[in-house]
Write a protein that binds this ligand. Structure first.
Ligand code: MN
Length: 513
C-alpha cells in the first residue's frame, strides 16, 4: 500500500535547547546534527542565527558538515535576522530560512505591540526578503491555535503569495484539542488559495500531554511536515517526541497512509546521545525510548510474551536499535570481541579509542561477572566524552562519616606525571571534587549531579553525570564504575578535562585570522 511521505523536521538543537538548563556546545551540535542526518531526518533546525555569536557559529558549522539533510535557521520578521540566517547557511548544500511572527491577539497586543495589519505587512515583507535569499522558505504563525481564523487565513495566503514553500501552524502553548487541531488543517486547505501547493507543517507542545496526538491528527488532516525533538526535549513540558511520531506513523501505516524516511534503527542511539549531552534523562515510562518501554512485569504478560510477542508488544525494541541479549563477554574476552560488539551497538572503535575502551572494559570485568550490552554502552558513552591527553584518575582515598568532615586524597596523572592533593568537604563527593580542583588549579562550581544504576543487581555499574561551571562555560561529564564514589570522581574529572579542552579550542580559534 502506498504511503505518502511526511517530512521530519527536527528542532532538538533549537526548540530542544530552550529546555531549562540545557545548552549544547558547538561540537556537540555538529555531532547531533550528523547523527540525525545519518538516521534519515529531512530537515534539521540548527539554531537562531541572530540570537548570539555562538548560535551563528553553530549554524554555520552544521551547514558545512551536512550533505543530504536540509539545514534550517530561524529568524524573526526582522531584516538583520533574515540576513544573519542566510549568511550562516551560506555553505549548506540544502538550506532553509525559517521566518516566524506571532499572530494571536494576545501575542500581538502584549508581546509585539503591533496591530494585525502591521503583523501582516511584516510577515509578507519578511517572507519576500527570505525568498530572495533562499529558495526554501518556511513561515510560522506563532501561537496559530489561538489566532483568529480570518486573520490566520489572510496571513497564510499572504506568505504563500510572497513565496513561502512551507507554512507551519504551531500549537505554541500546547492548547489545542486533538480534533480541533486537525480541523484547522482541513479548513486552511479548503479556504486558503494555494495552500494545497505548499507543505503544511505541525509543531506541537506538550503542555497538556497532547503534543504527539495533535501532531498525528494534523498529519491525518493534510499536514506533511512534523516538527519535533528527540526525547520530546523542549521548553516547559517539551515538544512532540520524534521517536513517537515516527513509530506512531510506522506502526499504524495502514491507518495514516503516511510514513517518514527515518531509519528507526537509529532511534535508541540518538535518544541516548541526547540524554547524555542534555543531561535530561527520559522518564522510565517514556514511550518508545524509556527504560521500561519494553519491560514486562506481570506474570500473565510474561506468559503471553513467551508464547507470542505480539500479545503485548506493538513494536519491537530491536527495530529501534535497542541492545538485546546480554553479552557473552567477560574477563577473558579480547579487544576484537569488544570492537565487534561495539560495532553491533553502533559505535565504531579503533586505535586509541579502542585501547582506552578496552582498558575500561578489563577494569570492569575484574569486578563484575557478567558484562551486558548496557554496560558496554555505558563505557562507550563515557569514552565518547573523554578528552585526550588530559587528567586521569590514578588513586583516591576518602575518610568520611556522619559526625566528621570528609577528607579526600586524590592522585591524578597527566602526561605520565602524578600529582596528589588532599581536601575537605561537606561530604565524600565534595571532598573529592575539591581535591581535584586543587590539582587542576581550575575551581569549578557543581551545577547538577545525577546517579543511576546501569543494570540490575549488586555489582551493577553506577553511572554519574555532572554538570560543572567554570566562568561562563558549563560542561557535562560522565563516569561509570561499580563504585559510586569512583564514578563521581571520574565524572568530575571528565567534565574538567572537557572544559580545559574547550578553552584551548576557543583560544586557538581566536588566534587564527
Ligand atoms: Mn516551539
Amino acid at each position: 500500500m502506498a504511503a505518502e511521505r511526511v517530512i521530519i523536521f527536527d528542532t532538538t538543537l533549537r526548540d530542544g535547547e530552550q529546555t531549562p538548563g540545557v545548552s549544547f556546545h558547538r561540537s556537540e551540535k555538529v555531532e547531533i546534527a550528523k547523527a540525525l542526518e545519518a538516521m534519515g531526518v529531512d530537515v534539521i533546525e540548527a539554531g537562531f542565527a541572530a540570537a548570539s555569536r555562538g548560535d551563528y557559529k553553530a549554524v554555520s558549522a552544521i551547514s558545512q558538515e551536512l550533505k543530504r539533510a536540509t539545514v534550517c535557521a530561524l529568524a524573526r520578521c526582522v531584516e538583520a535576522d533574515i540576513e544573519a540566517a542566510s549568511q550562516a547557511l551560506e555553505k549548506a548544500a540544502h538550506k532553509r530560512i525559517h521566518v516566524f511572527i506571532a499572530t494571536s491577539p494576545i501575542h500581538m497586543a502584549d508581546k509585539l505591540h503591533m496591530t494585525p495589519d502591521e503583523v501582516y505587512e511584516a510577515a509578507v515583507r519578511s517572507t519576500r526578503l527570505a525568498r530572495q535569499l533562499c529558495d526554501d522558505v518556511e513561515f510560522s504563525l506563532e501561537d496559530a491555535t489561538r489566532t483568529e481564523r480570518e486573520f490566520l487565513y489572510r496571513v497564510v495566503e499572504g506568505v504563500i503569495r510572497a513565496g513561502a514553500t512551507t507554512v507551519n501552524l504551531p500549537d505554541t502553548v500546547g492548547y489545542a484539542a486533538v480534533q480541533e487541531y486537525g480541523q484547522l488543517f482541513r479548513d486552511v486547505l479548503e479556504k486558503v488559495p494555494g495552500a494545497d501547493a505548499v507543505t503544511l507543517s505541525v509543531h506541537c507542545h506538550n503542555d497538556l500531554g497532547l503534543a504527539v496526538a495533535t501532531s498525528l491528527e494534523g498529519v491525518r488532516c493534510g499536514a506533511r511536515q512534523v516538527e519535533c525533538t528527540i526525547n520530546g526535549l523542549g521548553e516547559r513540558a517539551g515538544n512532540a517526541a520524534m521517536e513517537e511520531i515516527v513509530m506512531g506513523l510506522r506502526t499504524r501505516r495502514e491507518y495514516y497512509h503516511c510514513d517518514t524516511s527515518v531509519d528507526a534503527h537509529g532511534i535508541y542511539r540518538v535518544s541516548r546521545t541526547i540524554a547524555s549531552l542534555s543531561g535530561v534523562e527520559p522518564a522510565p515510562n517514556k514511550p518508545v525510548v524509556g527504560a521500561n518501554a519494553f519491560q514486562h512485569q506481570s506474570g500473565i504478560h510474561q506468559h503471553g510474551m513467551l508464547n507470542n510477542r505480539a500479545t503485548y508488544e506493538v513494536m519491537h525494541p530491536e527495530d529501534l536499535g535497542m541492545p538485546q541479549q546480554s553479552l557473552a563477554l567477560g574477563k577473558l574476552s579480547g579487544s576484537h570481541a569488544l570492537a565487534d560488539r561495539a560495532q553491533q551497538l553502533g559505535y565504531a572503535l579503533d586505535g586509541p579509542a579502542l585501547q582506552s575502551a578496552f582498558r575500561r572494559f578489563k577494569e570492569l570485568a575484574d569486578r563484575k561477572k557478567e558484562i551486558t550490552d548496557r554496560d558496554i554502552v555505558a563505557i562507550l558513552r563515557e569514552q565518547k566524552l573523554t578528552a585526550q591527553g588530559a587528567y586521569r584518575l590514578f588513586a583516591f582515598q576518602i575518610f568520611t562519616g556522619n559526625r566528621m568532615t570528609s577528607t579526600a586524597t586524590v592522585t591524578l596523572e597527566k602526561n605520565g606525571e602524578t600529582t596528589t592533593r588532599a581536601a575537605c568537604g561537606d561530604g565524600p563527593v565534595e571532598a573529592c571534587f575539591n581535591a581535584v580542583d586543587a590539582i587542576t588549579g581550575m575551581p569549578c562550581a557543581l551545577q547538577s549531579y545525577n546517579i543511576k544504576a546501569v543494570t540490575e543487581g549488586q555489582d551493577a555499574l553506577g553511572e554519574v553525570t555532572v554538570r560543572v561551571r567554570s566562568g561562563e562555560e558549563t560542561m557535562l561529564g560522565r563516569g561509570v564504575s561499580t563504585d559510586v564514589l569512583e564514578a563521581s570522581c571520574l565524572a568530575y574529572i571528565n567534565a574538567v578535562n572537557r572544559l580545559i579542552e574547550h578553552q584551548e579550542l576557543e583560544l586557538a580559534a581566536e588566534v587564527q585570522p
